[in-house]
Write a protein that binds this ligand. Structure first.
Ligand code: GRF
Length: 189
């Protein structure tokens, strides 16, 4: 049995989509959804789907509590889905190439510190790019700089609103993130 931990800070549409994707899989399980935000909707939603949830403080991410928790649970892969805190080096080295993130642009474009949520999409529109998309990458010590695993792109129609852009990108995220996780976890056998 392969075990996945999802870390999320907000709404959790990706987290829930991933949970549903693996719901009937007998070899891969979402063992826990953990959040640094006690109010995060993702925790309630995951609970409704009978997934174990956990709230932890930012300090517990760096003081070894989370490291201990995930190690003792024998977690194989940590999936970030809208997780808003930097992952400490201790976790990165223990879970080497086993922490992944999804970013709502074609990295290295529109990535780095401060580039999250709507800021990314604003930056994309401002750049007058013809394309945007998603990037799934390993997490290293720098924001959005880990090795790229997968990218998918979509065309930006002229005069696209930010709302439409978010919708377009989110649908790419929902389409590809579970599949890439599936491939990755099977490759790591
Ligand atoms: C996604 O757009 C993802 O690319 C970014 O955070 C957002 C999370 O959205 N890392 P949701 O909470 O899964 O809806």
């Amino acid at each position: 049995m392969k075990k996945i931990c999802i870390l999320a800070s907000g709404n959790g549409s990706n987290a829930i989509n991933i949970i549903k994707y693996f719901q009937s899989n007998k070899n891969i399980r979402i063992s826990i959804v953990a959040s640094n935000n006690q109010e995060a909707k993702v925790l309630t939603k995951a609970n409704l789907l009978k997934i174990e949830t956990l709230y932890f403080s930012p300090e517990q991410l760096i003081n070894g509590f989370m490291l201990e928790k995930l190690t003792s649970m024998n977690i194989d892969l940590i999936v970030l889905a809208g997780f808003m805190i930097k992952i400490p080096n201790s976790l990165i080295s223990r879970f080497h190439n086993r922490i992944i993130n999804i970013h709502p642009s074609l990295l290295p474009l529109h990535g780095g510190k401060g580039m999250y949520g709507i800021n990314v999409h604003k930056s994309v529109l401002k750049s007058n790019s013809k394309y945007t998309g998603i990037t799934i990458h390993f997490v290293n010590q720098n924001y959005d700089e880990g090795k790229i695993i997968f990218q998918a792109k979509c065309k930006i129609k002229p005069k696209t609103s930010i709302k439409d852009l978010i919708k377009q990108v989110k649908s790419l995220e929902h389409k590809f993130y579970p599949k890439i996780i599936h491939t990755l976890i099977n490759e790591n056998n």
